[in-house]
Design a protein around this ligand. Sequence first.
Ligand code: ATP
Ligand code: MG
Length: 272
Amino acid sequence: MSHIVAIINQKGGTGKTTTTLNLGAALAYQGYRTLIVDLDPQGHTSIGIGIEPDAIAGSMSDILLVPKKRISEVAMPTYILGLDIAPAHIHLARAAEQVYTRVFREAILANALKDADYDFVLIDCPPSLGVLTTNSLYACDFIIIPCQISRYSLDGLADLLTTVETVKNVSMEDLFQEDMFRILLTMFDKRNSITNEYILEQLKPYRQKTFTTIIMKNEALNQAQIAQKAIFDYEPRCPGSLDHSKLCLEFLEIWRKRNSLPAKRPSLRGCL
Ligand SMILES: Nc1ncnc2c1ncn2[C@@H]1O[C@H](COP(=O)(O)OP(=O)(O)OP(=O)(O)O)[C@@H](O)[C@H]1O
Ligand SMILES: [Mg+2]
């Protein structure tokens, strides 16, 4: 059974794609077989890891539209050994509209992932709480919520957690008590001390549910996406690379504490 992790925030530009791509790469480099599911019609994760739209044969649109289609039928390798991607392109937006009338439409992705043979599956969600995001919530057993540090960064968090409560059929108490989600602070700029103080104060009730690792603002992360590479292959010693390595270790620690850390696959020769 794969561990399925949804990377969600209905706000745009909070670092979902950057987190998915670099955490996915870090897990593969650590020796874990990992699949990224690009569930955003913008297709930024697919492009960011080097998959050009015209090289895509099967995609997440097929998963939504073709009954009983399996993720293994659309997954393709990336340039990183051990890291596959189920890619997306713009057609996914129309596919999402078409499934609105289907019964059990929230379970389509969960069914497609049933026999996925990976240690971790990371799902990059679009910036909305529509049918694509509810599919990822229904399928996942852990949620990462990237939040950019700004005056409005925590707006919408309550709505998001209420949606999780409904889709997962758990109470807010369970959501906090069971280790089901973590907030990840992204694009942190030390110079903005007043904003940072304000946000950290607002985050106090969620402190136990926030990764200790903070992703600093680092231009190399932007450039790596343009170069279509994971940060470790673009600028291995930059702050963005070190932050994502730390995030990966903290993430793995969560699974170790749950007694469900998969064994590393030596054949992948993890090199982080
Ligand atoms: N730590 C960082 N430092 C500097 N730039 C960053 C950082 N994280 C992300 N970015 C840049 O910010 C932009 C938004 O990031 P990203 O695409 O990861 O957000 P997103 O939540 O996936 O956006 P969307 O909601 O549109 O899918 C991108 O151009 C990305 O390169
Ligand atoms: Mg994105």
